[in-house]
Design a protein around this ligand. Structure first.
Ligand code: ADE
Length: 230
């Protein structure tokens, strides 16, 4: 989740909701009469959207691209690093739709556009499921615009994000041990995660998160339905 402050709002989403955003993007692409030959899904957040858009648009040409950009780290320079490049000839002469989950700074979409444009495509458009106002880039197609900045917890990495968030709130709380209820309160206090909204979006998942944290040795079971950070 990178360099984030101690407290920041999070929004928990689910598959139905995200699938709906894919539908909106696909409707917009069709309404615009853009008929891409290939979808370039940015790894890994753009994978679900890329695959679903191929289904909705009737495409079987889906490729992946991962570009990492380091912000403000002098040692690594400002040059984006291409972690896995696209196969030779995958966009040359084609109409390309670049897809990602969210435009936050807009860096991923900007670098990917540059990378694809350098490979002689016929046309390039960009799409994201969600757009934050912090983005310096305005994708051509957007599923929804978020008025307030939030960290969006997506269903494809729900466990990963919830483990990170839970571990960090436990460390900040400095208590000896935590019950499931304590964790819910902390997630609300630090990340504005409403317990009821969380149960609606992702029912009965917190217990699974805690069990998985235990399995990964992030926390230890302390008895009486409580856990500690070792
Ligand atoms: N990746 C980059 N910014 C993000 C955000 N705000 N929420 C989820 N994933 C992100």
């Amino acid at each position: 989740m990178g360099d984030l402050p101690e407290e920041f709002p999070c929004t928990i989403t689910n598959w139905e909701y995200i699938y709906g955003l894919c539908r909106t993007v696909s409707d917009d692409v069709k309404a615009d009469d853009f008929e891409p030959d290939v979808v370039v899904a940015l790894a890994r957040g753009g994978w679900f959207a890329g695959r679903t858009l191929c289904d909705f648009l009737g495409l079987d040409d889906l490729t992946s691209l991962k570009i990492e950009h380091y912000v403000g780290t002098a040692a690594k320079g400002d040059e984006p690093e291409v972690r896995y490049p696209m196969p030779e000839g995958s966009v040359e002469g084609k109409d390309v739709l670049i897809v990602d989950d969210i435009a936050d700074t807009g860096q991923s979409i900007a670098h990917a556009s540059e990378y694809v444009n350098d490979r002689n495509p016929n046309a390039v458009r960009t799409a994201t499921l969600q757009l934050l106002q912090t983005s310096e880039v305005e994708p051509d197609f957007v599923g929804e615009r978020l008025e307030e900045w939030a960290w969006v917890v997506y269903p494809w990495n729900f466990i990963e994000d919830m483990i990170d968030l839970t571990e960090s709130v436990m460390e900040k709380a400095e208590a000896e041990q935590f019950s499931e209820g304590d964790v819910r309160s902390l997630l609300r206090a630090y990340h504005e995660i409403d317990p009821i909204e969380m149960e609606i979006a992702q029912p009965d998942r917190l217990e699974e998160v805690l069990t998985e944290m235990e399995r990964r040795d992030v926390i230890e079971y302390a008895g009486e339905d409580c856990w500690t950070v070792p």
